[in-house]
Design a protein around this ligand. Structure first.
Ligand code: S3P
Length: 447
């Protein structure tokens, strides 16, 4: 590997002379975007989306369905028309399906493809090939799926010989929407009722959207069930802005003195909005304006004003509804008054990177008083600001990159982050959007 490849796109963030101000709508929700493509492909008739996230993860899902014979037209920015082929209309892909960096893409497709009458192979980048796949291979195998993978089916690439499945009631050991959805997608093409019970409720976009497409999906406490062989009917889907993307400008505005910004059209599904509750409990001024429902999902505009945050003990039951926001929460807590304690978040270790270790390393390098624990962190905040003045690595993880850049806006000296290219997986145009608010984030000038 050449030096350039190790650095990739490097960005530098530094405190500016002005507060952050203005408004914009963050990109479309990644989870809802993936599901719009998948359910749209499986429906009868057309599905039309607006504001679909055109990040690399979702574009991989679009490409995979095109390879399986689904016509998907791009009609404008975020506007896609999916010509659904029905539950039994996919064709055998004539090549490996490369899901890139996307755990959602790989796990959801594995569930779907397990019951399709053809062979498929799913692969991804180095990060994705290192992430646990046993969590979906195990329940799918219990349904009768034939899946081979490296390390006894624990790692991708996955080779799936689709076959007829039987319904199961799976007790999932993790609160994971990817596991839940993989099983429900396998259940779509399986006669009878397939059920999943989770230890805590994970994001429920699948349940909401599949019901809207016409499936019978029922919830009873922590158990969700689906009846096999529904007829899905194409829908119009307006994708709300992603709370997981919004979290970065939210924390930036809380940290940069004098800031006052508004983020419009942000999805606030209660299974996703834990970060707003946690930051509010820390003293963050976040107002929900104009609450409304868009495409079956609660949405509001968020006004965020600079606030002196206070450390708290983050209740572990908030973890599933804020799972992707912990890296930026670690950054926020580094500037809070007092101690923040995070527990019950061991899932962070199997995301696009080990997010506890990656944030511990990067935040410590820029001056945070950060103690890594097995399932979280203990952070003693420094309200006077961190020193900064270091270059940190993103570990090719989009959220690690953006979290350090947000922290850099409130540090005494600039913070440079290397290998920022993967920001495109979830927040294309991140640096430009942040500059639009007045943030000082630019391409790094590396010697
Ligand atoms: C997602 C579920 C979450 C989340 C990921 C998207 C989804 O993963 O971290 O970014 O769209 O279902 P887990 O289900 O593994 O917690």
């Amino acid at each position: 590997m050449q030096a350039d490849d190790q650095i990739g796109l490097a960005l530098t963030a530094q405190a500016g002379d002005t507060p952050l101000s203005g408004q914009f709508s963050p990109p479309g929700d990644k989870s809802i975007s993936h599901r719009s493509i998948i359910f749209g492909a499986l429906a009868e008739g057309e599905t039309n989306t607006t504001n679909l996230l055109e990040g690399e993860d979702v574009l991989r899902t679009v490409a995979a369905f095109r390879t399986m014979g689904v016509k998907i037209d791009r009609q404008g920015a975020g506007a896609y028309r999916i010509h659904g082929v029905g539950l039994d209309g996919l064709s055998e892909p004539d090549n490996v399906l490369d899901m890139g960096n996307s755990g959602t893409g790989m796990r959801l497709l594995a569930g779907l493809l397990a019951s399709q009458p053809f062979l498929s192979v799913l692969t991804g980048d180095g990060s994705l090939r290192g992430r646990p796949m046993g969590r979906i291979v195990k329940p799918l195998t219990q349904m009768g799926a034939q899946i081979l993978g490296r390390d006894n089916g624990r790692l991708a690439p996955l080779v799936i010989q689709g076959t007829e499945l039987v319904p199961i009631h799976y007790q999932s050991p993790v609160a994971s929407a990817q596991v839940k959805t993989a099983i429900l997608l396998a259940g779509l093409n399986t006669a009878g009722e397939t059920r999943v019970t989770e230890p805590a409720v994970s994001r429920d976009h699948t349940e909401r959207m599949l019901s809207a497409f016409g499936a019978t999906v029922q919830r009873d406490g922590l158990t969700v069930s689906i009846d096999g062989w529904p007829t899905l009917t194409g829908q119009s889907i307006e994708v709300p802005a992603d709370i997981s993307a919004a979290a970065f400008p939210i924390v930036a505005a809380l940290l940069v003195p004098g800031s006052d910004i508004t983020l419009t059209n942000v999805g606030l599904n209660p299974t996703r909005s834990g970060i707003v509750d946690v930051l509010t409990a820390m003293g963050g001024r976040i107002e929900k304006l104009n609450p409304r429902t868009v495409g079956g999902e609660p949405v509001a505009d968020l006004r965020v004003q600079h606030s002196q945050l206070k450390g708290i003990e983050v209740p572990p039951d908030v973890v599933p509804s804020a799972i992707d926001e912990f890296p930026v929460l670690f950054a926020a807590a580094s500037f809070a008054e007092g101690k923040t304690v995070i527990t019950g978040a061991e899932e962070l270790r199997v995301k696009e990177s080990d997010r506890i270790a990656a944030m511990a390393k990067g935040l410590t390098a820029i001056g945070s008083n950060f103690t890594e624990t097995e399932d979280g962190a203990i952070i003693i905040g420094q309200p006077d600001g961190l020193s900064g003045g270091a270059t940190v690595d993103s570990h090719t993880d989009h959220r690690i990159a953006m979290s350090h850049l947000v922290a850099g806006l409130a540090c005494k000296k600039p913070v440079t982050v290397t290998r920022c290219d993967n920001i495109n997986t979830s927040f294309p145009g991140f640096d430009g959007s942040m500059r639009g608010l007045g943030a000082n984030i630019n391409r790094a000038l590396l010697a």
